[in-house]
Design a protein around this ligand. Structure first.
Ligand code: ZN
Ligand code: MN
Length: 474
């Protein structure tokens, strides 16, 4: 490859809202259930049944819009988007065409130590479709339980340039939806789904290439793999002097390849028309302001606080606010501990290794975490012992203090106890001592390792260093 290419991506994310009832009827939105039991004449599209908009859908959608810095329309309407597919009982989807509920927002992401702002074109409300189940021997079955579950579709500007940026954007968006409580955003249950619009162009060019849309990606891993495959495919076609077709493509998880599904429809193919059964949507300032007042503290505000008040790095702070439950847990422990930096380090370097950040559940009470930090701060234990205690806390429900007492883990801070152990280690390390005296500072590591083993990791590391240097330099 001689030329350098740039990938240009925009995302369409569908988020199922967790209102109690569907968007145009009073059926439950609960996931699963026996097929076609969460249905009524409205959501299976029987002739003569009339939709009525669920006001709660507007509350949730406006909340989502405000949380990602969108403007909210004062006048909106709902349109029929026509396409014939059996998962839509009416053969049109009620969506929004030219007057979306929210528009012109942005979402800031952190990638490679820099903050980048991704434009949000619009958010519109629409109904979800049913589910087709293809069964060997039976043909295709349809389950309308999901038909009419409210969705917001969040459309971004083509501001994304790498799979890494896409991941950061989706994680942030998902975190915000959880913070504001409008969706349970479970990718495996389809309540958070992503389509990627992708094109490739020569670096430096300001003309967009031909774009393809990859549909229905339902895990972070599939999204990353699909982007990788599809961008390479575009580059290959361009290098070979071929032409790309604007089309919708699927992603096959077993082969890791994308495949053509259909030529892309343009807006006119959908024959949008205002739904005559639904009233216009009229929103006033008081309504918007009351939703604004109900917004919780959002990830970016929390992050700024962590940087300003606790002196954390932007990267560390971003990780801690990634889930609301995690950030709540961290803040509870902050109140109980003497050193926030030590606390953040323990969480990120030790505890992140075994917790699920997407579905955070506290591994042990926040008080214990605070207590553990204080034991380190007070010199009762050292950092390496704290790791052992964390392992122990995962298995038992004991507090750090109890574990220290039971297993005799207190740090050895007594010179008289350490001195003979250090003498012995020096006597056993002729080679390392020689190397050290010849100017190789690193040789000390082997001697310190011996002392740590002899004390079961409990020796005070600073004190060992001090005594060892005294002895060697005399
Ligand atoms: Zn219904
Ligand atoms: Mn849509």
């Amino acid at each position: 490859m001689t030329k350098e290419y740039e990938i240009v991506m925009g995302l369409e994310v569908h988020v199922e809202l967790k209102t109690k009832t569907k968007i145009f009827c009073s059926c439950t939105t609960e996931f699963g259930g026996e097929p076609n039991t969460h249905c009524c004449p409205v959501c299976i599209g029987l002739p003569g049944a009339l939709p009525v908009l669920n006001e709660e859908v507007l509350n949730y959608a406006i909340k989502a819009g405000l949380a990602i810095n969108c403007k909210i329309t004062r006048y909106g309407k709902q349109d029929r988007k026509h396409y014939f597919y059996p998962d839509l009982p009416t053969s049109y989807q009620i969506s929004q065409n030219d007057l979306p509920l929210c528009y012109d927002g942005h979402l800031d992401i952190e990638v490679k130590g820099a903050t980048k702002s991704i434009g949000i074109t619009r958010i519109h409300i629409e109904e979800d479709a049913g589910k087709l189940i293809h069964q060997e021997g039976l043909g295709t079955l349809v389950d309308y339980n999901r038909a009419g579950v409210p969705l917001i579709e969040i459309v971004s500007e083509p501001d994304l340039r790498s799979a890494e940026e896409v991941k950061a954007y989706l994680q942030k968006l998902r975190a915000i939806m959880l913070y504001i409580g409008v969706s349970d955003v479970k990718m495996n249950e389809g309540s958070f789904r992503c389509d990627v619009n992708l094109s490739v162009r020569e670096k430096g060019s300001d003309v967009l290439g031909v774009r393809t849309e990859i549909k229905n990606l339902n895990s972070f891993q599939s999204i990353m793999r699909a982007i990788d495959y599809e961008s390479q495919r575009h580059i290959r076609v361009l290098e070979e002097g071929g032409t790309l077709v604007q089309e919708t493509r699927g992603f096959d998880q077993t082969t890791g390849k994308t495949y053509s599904m259909r030529e892309k429809e343009d807006a006119e193919d959908y024959r949008y028309l205002p739904d005559p059964d639904l009233m216009p949507i009229v929103i006033d300032d008081a309504w918007i302001n009351s939703i604004k007042d109900s917004l919780p503290e959002l990830p970016d505000e929390r992050k700024d606080n962590y940087i300003r008040e606790y002196g954390l790095s932007s990267y560390d702070a971003e990780q801690l606010v990634a889930s609301k439950d995690l950030a709540d847990y961290f803040e509870e422990a902050v109140k109980l501990s003497k050193n926030t930096k030590t606390l953040a380090n323990l969480l990120i370097s030790e505890i992140f290794r075994f917790i699920d950040l997407e579905e955070f559940e506290e591994p042990f009470p926040a008080e214990y975490l605070g207590e553990l930090v204080n034991l380190i701060e007070d010199g009762v234990i050292n950092i390496s012992t704290s790791k052992r205690i964390i392992e122990e806390m995962r298995k038992s429900s004991k507090s750090p203090k109890e574990i220290v007492k039971e297993q005799d883990l207190e740090q050895i801070n007594d010179r008289d106890v350490l001195s003979p152990i250090i003498d012995e280690a020096i006597a056993n390390s002729e080679k390392a001592v020689k190397e050290y005296r010849a100017g190789k500072e690193k040789a000390l590591g082997a001697i310190i390792g011996q002392i740590m083993r002899a004390t079961r990791g409990k020796a005070n590391p600073q004190l060992i260093n001090e005594i060892l240097l005294e002895k060697l330099n005399n």
